[in-house]
Design a protein around this ligand. Structure first.
Ligand code: DX5
Ligand code: ZN
Length: 224
Protein backbone atom coordinates (compact mmCIF):
# COMPACT_ATOMS: atom_id res chain seq x y z
CA UNK A 1 0.00 0.00 0.00
CA UNK A 2 1.31 3.41 -1.04
CA UNK A 3 2.15 5.67 1.91
CA UNK A 4 0.34 9.01 1.89
CA UNK A 5 1.19 12.47 3.16
CA UNK A 6 -1.70 14.58 4.40
CA UNK A 7 -0.58 18.23 4.65
CA UNK A 8 -2.11 19.96 7.68
CA UNK A 9 -3.10 23.51 6.80
CA UNK A 10 -3.03 24.45 10.48
CA UNK A 11 0.53 25.60 9.81
CA UNK A 12 -0.35 27.43 6.57
CA UNK A 13 -0.84 31.19 6.17
CA UNK A 14 -4.58 31.57 6.90
CA UNK A 15 -4.70 34.86 4.98
CA UNK A 16 -3.80 32.99 1.77
CA UNK A 17 -5.35 29.57 2.37
CA UNK A 18 -6.43 28.89 -1.23
CA UNK A 19 -2.93 29.65 -2.56
CA UNK A 20 -1.32 27.63 0.22
CA UNK A 21 -3.45 24.59 -0.58
CA UNK A 22 -2.66 24.90 -4.27
CA UNK A 23 1.03 25.21 -3.48
CA UNK A 24 1.19 22.03 -1.36
CA UNK A 25 -0.94 20.20 -3.92
CA UNK A 26 1.64 21.05 -6.58
CA UNK A 27 4.50 20.26 -4.19
CA UNK A 28 3.40 16.62 -3.86
CA UNK A 29 0.97 16.39 -0.94
CA UNK A 30 -1.48 13.48 -1.33
CA UNK A 31 -4.27 14.80 0.90
CA UNK A 32 -5.15 18.08 2.62
CA UNK A 33 -5.67 17.71 6.38
CA UNK A 34 -8.12 20.21 7.89
CA UNK A 35 -8.01 20.67 11.67
CA UNK A 36 -11.36 21.79 13.06
CA UNK A 37 -11.21 22.96 16.70
CA UNK A 38 -13.99 24.33 18.89
CA UNK A 39 -12.22 25.74 21.95
CA UNK A 40 -13.89 23.09 24.12
CA UNK A 41 -12.65 19.64 23.12
CA UNK A 42 -9.28 21.30 22.59
CA UNK A 43 -8.11 24.70 23.85
CA UNK A 44 -7.76 26.22 20.37
CA UNK A 45 -10.37 27.50 17.86
CA UNK A 46 -9.79 27.21 14.12
CA UNK A 47 -12.21 26.80 11.22
CA UNK A 48 -15.61 25.45 10.21
CA UNK A 49 -17.54 24.07 7.21
CA UNK A 50 -17.36 27.31 5.19
CA UNK A 51 -13.56 27.04 5.12
CA UNK A 52 -13.84 23.43 3.92
CA UNK A 53 -16.17 24.68 1.17
CA UNK A 54 -13.57 27.24 0.08
CA UNK A 55 -10.79 24.63 0.17
CA UNK A 56 -12.91 22.30 -1.95
CA UNK A 57 -12.79 24.89 -4.74
CA UNK A 58 -9.06 25.44 -4.36
CA UNK A 59 -7.79 21.85 -4.63
CA UNK A 60 -8.74 18.54 -6.20
CA UNK A 61 -6.95 16.58 -3.47
CA UNK A 62 -8.98 14.59 -0.94
CA UNK A 63 -9.95 16.73 2.05
CA UNK A 64 -9.20 14.88 5.28
CA UNK A 65 -11.23 16.70 7.95
CA UNK A 66 -10.18 16.11 11.56
CA UNK A 67 -12.92 17.21 13.96
CA UNK A 68 -11.53 18.15 17.37
CA UNK A 69 -14.91 19.27 18.67
CA UNK A 70 -17.44 18.20 21.31
CA UNK A 71 -20.36 16.11 20.05
CA UNK A 72 -19.14 16.07 16.42
CA UNK A 73 -22.25 14.15 15.29
CA UNK A 74 -24.06 17.51 15.18
CA UNK A 75 -21.80 18.76 12.41
CA UNK A 76 -20.91 15.80 10.19
CA UNK A 77 -23.63 16.66 7.68
CA UNK A 78 -22.36 20.24 7.35
CA UNK A 79 -18.82 19.04 6.69
CA UNK A 80 -20.04 16.40 4.24
CA UNK A 81 -22.01 19.03 2.30
CA UNK A 82 -18.99 21.33 2.37
CA UNK A 83 -17.01 18.71 0.44
CA UNK A 84 -15.08 16.60 2.96
CA UNK A 85 -13.81 13.28 1.56
CA UNK A 86 -12.93 11.83 4.97
CA UNK A 87 -14.30 12.90 8.34
CA UNK A 88 -12.46 11.97 11.52
CA UNK A 89 -14.23 12.11 14.89
CA UNK A 90 -12.65 11.53 18.28
CA UNK A 91 -13.87 8.49 20.22
CA UNK A 92 -13.55 10.64 23.38
CA UNK A 93 -16.16 13.13 22.15
CA UNK A 94 -18.85 10.72 20.87
CA UNK A 95 -21.35 9.09 23.21
CA UNK A 96 -22.76 7.10 20.27
CA UNK A 97 -19.65 6.51 18.23
CA UNK A 98 -21.12 3.75 16.07
CA UNK A 99 -24.07 5.92 15.08
CA UNK A 100 -21.81 8.83 14.13
CA UNK A 101 -19.59 6.56 12.03
CA UNK A 102 -22.68 5.17 10.31
CA UNK A 103 -24.00 8.68 9.63
CA UNK A 104 -20.71 9.71 8.04
CA UNK A 105 -20.84 6.64 5.78
CA UNK A 106 -24.47 7.32 4.85
CA UNK A 107 -23.49 10.83 3.84
CA UNK A 108 -21.11 9.31 1.28
CA UNK A 109 -17.97 10.28 3.22
CA UNK A 110 -15.20 7.96 4.46
CA UNK A 111 -15.38 7.64 8.27
CA UNK A 112 -12.34 7.84 10.52
CA UNK A 113 -12.05 7.54 14.31
CA UNK A 114 -9.32 9.40 16.18
CA UNK A 115 -7.80 8.64 19.58
CA UNK A 116 -5.91 11.00 21.88
CA UNK A 117 -2.51 9.81 23.14
CA UNK A 118 -3.90 8.67 26.51
CA UNK A 119 -6.89 6.78 25.07
CA UNK A 120 -6.39 3.02 24.74
CA UNK A 121 -6.93 1.21 21.45
CA UNK A 122 -9.80 -0.85 22.89
CA UNK A 123 -11.97 2.29 22.61
CA UNK A 124 -12.10 1.83 18.86
CA UNK A 125 -12.03 -1.96 18.58
CA UNK A 126 -15.80 -2.45 18.28
CA UNK A 127 -16.08 -0.07 15.31
CA UNK A 128 -12.86 -1.07 13.54
CA UNK A 129 -14.68 -2.97 10.74
CA UNK A 130 -16.92 0.07 10.14
CA UNK A 131 -14.27 2.72 9.56
CA UNK A 132 -11.94 3.52 6.66
CA UNK A 133 -9.19 4.93 8.85
CA UNK A 134 -7.94 5.07 12.45
CA UNK A 135 -6.14 8.24 13.49
CA UNK A 136 -3.70 7.89 16.37
CA UNK A 137 -2.67 11.23 17.84
CA UNK A 138 1.05 11.43 18.47
CA UNK A 139 0.71 14.80 20.23
CA UNK A 140 -2.08 16.13 22.42
CA UNK A 141 -4.45 17.79 19.96
CA UNK A 142 -4.83 21.55 19.76
CA UNK A 143 -1.67 22.98 18.26
CA UNK A 144 0.80 22.44 15.45
CA UNK A 145 4.55 22.20 15.96
CA UNK A 146 4.56 20.02 19.08
CA UNK A 147 7.08 17.25 19.69
CA UNK A 148 6.20 13.68 18.70
CA UNK A 149 5.36 11.51 21.74
CA UNK A 150 7.66 8.52 21.21
CA UNK A 151 5.80 6.37 23.72
CA UNK A 152 3.01 6.12 21.15
CA UNK A 153 5.09 3.72 19.02
CA UNK A 154 3.92 0.52 20.79
CA UNK A 155 0.29 1.65 20.38
CA UNK A 156 0.86 2.27 16.66
CA UNK A 157 2.44 -1.18 16.22
CA UNK A 158 -0.42 -2.79 18.16
CA UNK A 159 -3.00 -1.04 15.99
CA UNK A 160 -1.21 -2.17 12.83
CA UNK A 161 -1.25 -5.78 14.10
CA UNK A 162 -4.93 -5.60 15.00
CA UNK A 163 -5.91 -4.29 11.54
CA UNK A 164 -3.80 -6.93 9.80
CA UNK A 165 -4.94 -9.80 12.04
CA UNK A 166 -8.57 -8.98 11.26
CA UNK A 167 -7.73 -8.78 7.54
CA UNK A 168 -9.17 -5.27 7.29
CA UNK A 169 -8.17 -2.60 4.79
CA UNK A 170 -8.49 0.20 7.38
CA UNK A 171 -5.82 2.89 6.97
CA UNK A 172 -3.61 3.80 9.91
CA UNK A 173 -2.94 7.53 10.22
CA UNK A 174 -0.77 9.41 12.71
CA UNK A 175 -1.00 13.10 13.50
CA UNK A 176 1.54 15.24 15.36
CA UNK A 177 5.28 15.69 15.19
CA UNK A 178 5.81 13.85 11.90
CA UNK A 179 8.94 15.11 10.14
CA UNK A 180 12.00 13.65 8.36
CA UNK A 181 13.48 12.60 11.73
CA UNK A 182 10.40 10.76 13.06
CA UNK A 183 8.95 9.44 9.77
CA UNK A 184 11.27 6.40 9.48
CA UNK A 185 10.20 4.88 12.80
CA UNK A 186 6.55 5.73 12.11
CA UNK A 187 6.78 3.97 8.75
CA UNK A 188 8.48 1.02 10.41
CA UNK A 189 5.64 0.82 12.92
CA UNK A 190 3.19 0.43 10.04
CA UNK A 191 1.68 3.88 9.45
CA UNK A 192 -0.13 4.41 6.12
CA UNK A 193 -1.04 8.11 6.26
CA UNK A 194 1.30 10.73 7.73
CA UNK A 195 -0.18 14.08 8.75
CA UNK A 196 2.43 16.83 8.71
CA UNK A 197 1.89 20.54 9.33
CA UNK A 198 4.92 22.45 10.55
CA UNK A 199 7.32 20.09 8.73
CA UNK A 200 5.62 20.97 5.43
CA UNK A 201 4.78 24.68 5.73
CA UNK A 202 8.07 26.01 7.09
CA UNK A 203 10.47 26.61 4.21
CA UNK A 204 10.33 25.09 0.73
CA UNK A 205 7.18 22.97 0.42
CA UNK A 206 8.44 20.68 -2.31
CA UNK A 207 11.79 20.05 -0.60
CA UNK A 208 10.00 19.44 2.72
CA UNK A 209 7.55 16.96 1.21
CA UNK A 210 10.32 15.19 -0.71
CA UNK A 211 12.35 14.89 2.51
CA UNK A 212 9.43 13.46 4.49
CA UNK A 213 8.61 10.99 1.70
CA UNK A 214 12.26 9.93 1.45
CA UNK A 215 12.32 9.36 5.23
CA UNK A 216 9.13 7.27 4.99
CA UNK A 217 10.72 5.18 2.22
CA UNK A 218 13.83 4.63 4.40
CA UNK A 219 11.63 3.35 7.24
CA UNK A 220 9.74 1.09 4.84
CA UNK A 221 12.97 -0.31 3.48
CA UNK A 222 14.46 -1.14 6.87
CA UNK A 223 11.22 -2.99 7.74
CA UNK A 224 11.66 -5.50 4.94
C1 DX5 B 1 -2.90 19.01 16.18
C2 DX5 B 1 -3.45 18.79 14.80
C3 DX5 B 1 -2.42 18.45 13.81
C4 DX5 B 1 -1.33 19.47 13.62
C5 DX5 B 1 -0.04 18.71 13.39
O1 DX5 B 1 -3.94 19.05 17.09
O2 DX5 B 1 -4.43 17.76 14.80
O3 DX5 B 1 -2.99 18.07 12.56
O4 DX5 B 1 -1.52 20.34 12.54
O5 DX5 B 1 0.98 19.61 13.36
P1 DX5 B 1 2.51 19.18 13.30
O6 DX5 B 1 2.69 18.34 12.07
O7 DX5 B 1 3.21 20.48 13.23
O8 DX5 B 1 2.81 18.41 14.56
ZN1 ZN C 1 -5.08 16.94 12.84
Amino acid sequence: MKKLLSASILSADFGRLAEEVQAVSEAGADWIHVDVMDGRFVPNITMGPCVVEALRKASELPLDVHLMIEDPGRYVENFAKAGADLIGVHAESCTHLHRVVQNIRELGVRPCVALNPATPLCMVEAVLPDVDMILLMTVNPGFGGQAFIRNMLPKIRQCRRKIDDLGLSVLLQVDGGANPATAPELAEAGVDVFVAGSAVFNGDYRANIDNIKAAIARGEKSKS
